[in-house]
Design a protein around this ligand. Sequence first.
Ligand code: GZL
Length: 363
Amino acid sequence: MKKFLALALALVMVFALAACGEPATEETTPATEPAGEETTPAGEETTPAEGDTILVGFAQVGHESDWRTASTQSAYDVFNADNGYEMVFVDADQDVQKQIEALRNFIQQGVDYIILDPIQATGWDQVLTECEEAGIPVIIIDRTVDDSDKYISWVGSDFTTEGVAAGEWLKAYAEAKNIEELNILVIEGSVGASATLGRTEGFKQVADREGWNIIASQSGDFTEAGGQEVMESYCQSYAGQFNVVICQNDNEAYGAITAMDNAGVTYGVDGDVILVSFDAAKTALGLVQEGKLNACFECNPLAAPFVDEDVIQVMEAGGTPEKEIYMTETWFVAEDILESITVNGEEMPLVQVTDEVLAGRAY
Ligand code: GZL
């Protein structure tokens, strides 16, 4: 009954807005809003709903990567009238101040819940205090807030474990291929992002333990253009000196591939350079299957269902959700020469990318 009422009211509102000459399309966002590049950067959109629906405000990082597109799509797939929600969505275009402004606007709008994917790990305690004083629960997804605990739950991935996994795989792979010396270039993610900090820290733990040579580590800002720019610089500065490139997300790897192609540097299973990325978007997994990427370490972007089921619905029923809710991840590889790796003492399987694996991917 609740959903039917919300849907009926939403339809009434749509026709009312249309009659007033309002752009009806802004209020009739379907359950599956295409959230790709056409997402309004730094803009505000609202899914329609009326009545006793749950109003959530979502301050998203931006639209910088395939991963981000999937994360935004996941929110539109869940927080819409079909499921008893109305969502106010803000794309902060990788600008922390825009995110903080969005949270303050959500307070003014009187949303029921705030969802935040924090662009950077620090600088949040003041605005989270304001949310707490306004009595609005905040749910953090994906990246972490490291300087405040004024939020109900965090739903995301263990970035340090992702970095350790990449290091442990590289160790096992080099041994299997009889590669004795590893000279490594790293293309880091956005400066100050917990995903960057964690992946860097985790990989470095293994590199330090194994005595590997990390030649350089620069930020590509999690974008394809950034990855290409850094890789072009690396190819000029370290020509012939490196045999491993670690990209901290898929889009940086796409850019690095363009740069290495242009520089005549070979990579992947049959190349001179071992190429690794994080995220595991479908495009990247296709590159793994082709052997252009040697390995790809998943970071699951589909947090919205967990926020709905394990946090908001629990609170709506009067319960207390878990403070930390971890997503499940898979480590993908191009070849079947290794079945598993040991990460932090736990044996974890490696999945070779096949047509069947690709067909089963949601993003
Ligand atoms: C990781 C996420 C990162 C992705 C990038 O959880 O925050 O941000 O790895 C994205 O693709 O830009």
